[in-house]
Design a protein around this ligand. Structure first.
Ligand code: WTA
Length: 668
């Protein structure tokens, strides 16, 4: 069967009411997506994983399964035990010793990969650099020696605040080479956010750059870093990469130009043999409180997890050109720009700037020029591409692509189909990968050589992963909605929250005792497929029915006039919650009362009367973080008519003021 002709033969999903568990926490999952895409034969024939037996092997011999894949890495000392597990503390590959940079570099330069491109980097203004494995190895060794010279030793924390330039992965790998713990802070974060993260980790050194390019503008990183550094007593030295001819102030004795440090650094540095459980990095992520959590990842299990999932999920082959568009400031960049692909000896594409600079076809131009084969991006980007129109990808030959990926939020079926048709040319499987900063590696995803895809579903847990959907009491819900939990440890799992073991237990292991609580809602259909419904705090209770904001959004986006939608709940005297939708229309579409009615009816048609939005507000932009996540919290404030909360992480703070006045106007 051709992938272009989705089959509709899967068992029908029962009506929502029948699917929902009787329990009080039932999340009614109301969308019924019926299209299915079996693996294309050409893909399956060559896939790294083409035998479903892998799932059975993993469940029959759980430890042996992970041990086998860990053996594909290079270890200085073999482990004694695969796993020591005492809730909530896991130790993987106990007693084993290895080094992450050694696994990403040294083992490749001994053979045919020595002169293979490791990184192909494109700067926003159009400059380009290619680093072979040998080049990258040399840069990392030199910077590792530079770090040592500045007094950084094993176990020290190093903060990294950089644009998407090759020196960023070089700095990370150099830290891992000497056993220092890196803490990358996304370059879009403010000075204050950087300061808090440096202080929480008590970092000794900061690596930054004079600036970077974003939408034709300079991002003044050093200026923000200087501001942060006024309140960071732990920092002794700052290494500064010269990205452009940007004016910066260098503090004598503290600040050093990267190129000066590198010019007299020795070109070989012995990799520090690290215990499998030694810390590799910490990465901060938002929780339910205002204080970000420093998620801790260690060496052996993390590397095993990202190595394995890169190989299985992205089906990486020697000749692939892999592009994960995530910024390295997020976990996706850590695992699938740096550690996973480099541990596999892959060619990685890195791009500095914005997808619409200088034009809305920048990504497709890069895909064509570099003949990218595997492309991994986020639904928020895909919806932007949809809004911009198909003329942009149509300008380019995208025939080198063979596999597409999605991550970061649920992908609505319409975006999935658009991606499949317009980017994948109708014949690239799409892997919708569910995971978190905390999980370190992809946990729920299709394996494109064996899994029949359903648009909008992340499908099944990967081999060795035990996920479940449970109700409020922690009982498994065989078919229907509930909370997504993880019931068995996995190698790349977080080992804690930096400096806060209590919060670790409380946040992740107490909701359902002994089980990892993801904070996400999910629906399991009759075929056992998982449909992620967004964070459980984004679930509304409308007249006794729990409806995911995501489902309503997905229904809205399904309408041909809609580019993007964000849905929030507002208190309502009768129904408990009223649904408010903020909608961005596609270019050329005009808002009107008639269209508003049409959209409401469209939701009714897709989901049912209970999901009919009470209000729709048309808006040119939605408030988003710099990483592209819609800030529903702010939309809820607007919908509730409250003072709008903290807007400091917004990419464009003006969006809120515009929205608020429009909303008030409409409300009269
Ligand atoms: C959401 C990003 C649905 C989810 C790797 C999770 C997803 C949070 C998916 C983690 C997906 C990520 N489908 N939802 N494929 N991938 N999420 O820590 O709510 O930035 O809990 O990690 O993103 O976000 P984080």
């Amino acid at each position: 069967m051709s992938a272009k002709n989705p089959s509709t033969k899967t068992p029908k999903t029962p009506p929502a009411e029948a699917a929902a568990p009787a329990g009080p926490a039932a999340i009614d999952a109301l969308l019924h997506e019926k299209r299915v895409y079996p693996p294309p034969k050409e893909f399956r024939d060559k896939a790294n994983v083409r035998d479903e037996a892998i799932y059975k092997q993993a469940s029959e011999d759980f430890e042996g399964f992970w041990a086998k894949i860990a053996q594909e890495l290079d270890w200085f000392v073999a482990w004694d035990r695969v796993l020591e597990w005492k809730v909530p503390d896991a130790k993987w590959f106990v007693g084993g010793k290895l080094n992450a940079s050694y696994n990403c570099l040294d083992r490749h330069i001994r053979g045919a990969r020595r002169n293979k491109a490791a990184l192909i980097w494109i700067g926003e203004p159009g400059d380009r650099r290619t680093l072979t494995y040998w080049d990258l190895y040399r840069e990392v060794n030199k910077f590792a020696n530079a770090l040592k010279k500045l007094g950084v030793t094993k176990g020290d924390r190093v903060a990294i605040y950089m644009p998407m330039i090759p020196e960023l992965p070089v700095a990370m790998l150099a830290c891992s080479r000497i056993g220092a713990v890196h803490s990358v802070v996304f370059g879009g974060f403010s000075a204050e956010a950087l300061r808090d993260r440096i202080n929480d980790a008590q970092a000794k050194l900061l690596v930054t750059a004079d600036g970077g390019w974003r939408r034709g503008q300079i991002v003044q990183l050093k200026k923000d870093a200087d501001e942060a550094l006024q309140g960071t007593p732990s920092i002794r030295h700052v290494a500064v990469v010269k990205r452009g001819e940007f004016q910066v102030h260098m503090t004598e004795g503290r600040d050093h130009w990267w190129h000066d440090l590198m010019s007299d650094a020795e070109d070989h540095c012995w990799p520090e043999p690290m215990d499998a459980e030694d810390m590799l990095y910490t990465l901060y992520t938002s929780g339910t409180t205002g204080k970000p959590k420093g998620i801790v990842h260690t060496t052996g299990g993390y590397l095993t997890g990202v190595y394995a999932t890169t190989k299985w999920v992205f089906d990486l082959k020697e000749e692939d050109v892999f592009w994960c568009t995530a910024d390295i400031g997020w976990v996706t960049g850590h695992s699938y720009v740096v550690y996973g692909p480099l541990a596999n000896g892959a060619t990685v594409v890195m791009y500095e700037g914005s997808p619409d600079w200088p034009d809305k076809d920048r990504f497709w131009r890069i895909c064509e020029e570099l003949a990218v084969t595997v492309f991994y991006t986020a639904p928020t980007a895909i919806r932007a591409f949809m809004k911009w129109g198909t003329e942009w990808p149509k300008k380019h030959k995208l025939t080198s692509l063979r596999l597409l990926g999605s991550v970061g939020e649920p992908i609505n079926p319409e975006a999935w189909i658009w991606y499949h048709e317009n980017i994948g040319g109708g014949n690239c499987p799409i892997v919708d990968t569910w995971w978190q900063t905390e999980t370190g590696m992809i946990l729920i995803s299709p394996l494109a050589g064996v899994t029949t895809l359903k648009p909008g579903s992340a499908t099944q847990p990967l081999p060795g992963i035990v996920a479940d959907v449970v109700n409020e009491k922690g009982e498994s819900v065989p078919v229907g909605g509930g909370y997504l939990v993880l019931k068995r440890p996995w190698p790349a799992m977080l080992r804690g929250i930096y400096g806060d073991p209590e919060r670790y237990k409380q946040q992740y292991w107490s909701r359902v005792p002994g089980v990892y609580f993801t904070g996400d809602g999910a629906k399991r259909d009759e075929d056992g497929y998982l449909w992620l419904l967004g964070r459980v705090d984004d679930v509304m209770n409308v007249a006794g029915h729990r409806i995911s904001t995501m489902e309503v959004e997905s229904a809205l986006v399904d309408h041909p006039a809609v580019a993007e939608a964000a849905v929030v709940g507002r208190q309502h005297e009768l129904k408990g919650t009223a649904i408010v939708a903020f909608v961005t229309l596609k270019e050329g579409k005009q808002p009107s009362p008639a269209l508003m009615e049409e959209l409401k009816e469209h939701v009714v048609k897709k989901i049912g009367k209970i999901a009919r939005p009470d209000e729709i507000l048309f808006t040119a932009d939605l408030p988003k973080t710099r990483s592209g996540k819609i800030m529903r919290r702010l939309l809820r404030d607007i919908a509730e008519g409250k003072a709008v909360g903290d807007t400091t992480t917004l990419a464009d703070p003006n969006v809120i003021a515009r929205l608020k006045s429009r909303y008030e106007e409409q409300e009269g």
